[in-house]
Design a protein around this ligand. Structure first.
Ligand code: HSE
Length: 407
């Protein structure tokens, strides 16, 4: 029997208990041993829970118990999770976590401790909820040089955008619904401002290319500026707007991770990924493109990934899984402003034809989406930084929105 402790009895933590109890028999068979929940750490009281006797409020009880071999961290946030996870590893316990903020920010340091202590630190649930993506990148795609990863990494914003596109539902109503369904972060600004997706692309970049990417250095835009007008222009263009996490590796081995809402053409598989679903496309030199799709948020999908990691830890109680990345050097992240690509520009103008010819003189206008009137909407190509500085300079138009195009 392997004793485990679960830290946090919120949506994910309670889901982990539910899955472990519900699928107890098959999980025991797969793990090759039974898994016993010895403690659940939470500051709140759960007097009606059938597990009431297992609840503790003091982390030291778990830390000091040598019988606890695996600790599951589902508290979220950096504090106190960082301190607790570090202390678990230092006291000889493997850790499974769903905490994106923790792994994105402190993964490099915590993985080094796990390596030194010959323990496991597994975090499949930190990206894509229930979708297997961490293990596939490290194991199944190990033969490949990965060049690109692009995906829909946040269920809450995908749910909101889907409601806006398909039901013309107001933003706030869709967000409230996502919160009720347990998709959103404790602080939903992490979802709608793109921060959650930023942490996830930082983790995928660190993992795929072996060097730490600080999420604070990832160029990030959220979806709060997206309006139903932009959604309508995207439809006229032949696509939809999605929040996209993306990283490209360049020939000098530098990387460009970004998160922003983008026009996605209707022929792209990503355009059909709706509601809380996530999808992640990985491009490798041997395999080509491979796509991972599934429920990216929610209690049981996330618990599914956490419990799979617990099973893996039980099976490898004295052996380390290869999950590791090193510190990166300054300049490793390439400036997104140097990227060449297409952008959608929507602007108020006083002289429609004059503004259009001003844009055409400076950039290649691929398509005009507006009809002559008080607003100009075009797709143009250029270097991102040059487009932005021209439009923010003395341009004869007032920019209403500027949205990337990803094909
Ligand atoms: N708030 C996150 C999302 C939860 O909506 O994707 C899963 O990471």
């Amino acid at each position: 029997m392997v004793n485990i402790a679960i830290m946090g009895h919120g949506i994910v933590g309670s889901g982990v208990v539910e899955v472990l109890r519900h699928n107890c028999e098959s999980i025991t068979k797969r793990a090759g041993d039974s898994i016993n929940i010895k403690y659940i750490l939470d500051l709140r009281d759960f007097p009606d829970s059938p597990l009431v006797d297992f609840f503790v409020k003091d982390f030291a009880v778990i830390e000091r118990d040598p019988e606890v071999k695996i600790v599951v961290e589902c508290m979220g946030g950096l504090r106190p999770a960082y301190d607790f996870v570090k202390r678990c590893l230092l006291s000889g316990k493997s850790v499974v976590t769903s905490n994106k903020e923790l792994i994105a920010k402190k993964g490099c340091e915590l993985l080094a401790i796990a390596k030194e202590k010959n323990l496991n630190l597994l975090f499949e649930a930190s990206v894509g909820g229930g979708i297997p993506i961490i293990r596939p990148i490290v194991q199944c795609l190990a033969a490949n040089e990965i060049s690109d990863i692009v995906g829909i990494l946040n269920g809450t914003t995908n749910f909101i955008l889907t409601k806006m596109v398909k039901e013309a539902m107001p933003f706030d109503e869709a967000l409230a619904m996502a919160q009720r369904l347990g998709y959103a972060e404790r602080d939903p600004s992490a979802d709608i401002d793109g921060v959650d997706a930023c942490r996830k692309i930082a983790i995928l970049t660190s993992l795929a290319f072996g060097k730490h990417v600080d999420p604070d250095l990832v160029y990030t835009e959220g979806i709060t500026g997206i309006t139903l007008t932009d959604v309508a222009y995207a439809a006229k263009w032949g696509g939809v707007i999605k929040l996209i996490g993306r990283v490209r590796r360049f020939s000098d081995d530098r990387v460009m991770p970004t998160v922003y809402p983008a026009f996605i053409p209707g022929y792209s598989q990503l355009s059909t990924v709706d509601d809380v679903f996530n999808a992640i496309m990985v491009r490798g030199d041997a395999i080509g493109d491979v796509m991972f799709y599934g429920r990216g948020a929610g209690k049981l999908p996330t618990a599914s990934a956490v419990v799979a990691d617990v099973v893996d830890c039980v099976k490898h109680i004295k052996a380390r899984k290869y999950l590791f990345w090193e510190e990166s050097e300054p300049g490793y992240i390439k400036d997104h402003a140097t990227a060449f690509g297409e952008m959608f520009v929507r602007a108020a103008v006083t002289d429609y034809e004059g503004a259009l010819s001003w844009l055409s003189d400076r950039f290649h206008v691929v398509r005009v989406l507006s009809d002559p009137g008080d607003e100009l909407a075009v797709i143009l190509t250029g270097v991102e930084g040059e487009i932005k500085s021209a439009l923010l300079g003395d341009a004869p138009l007032e920019v209403k929105n500027l949205i990337h195009v990803v094909d």
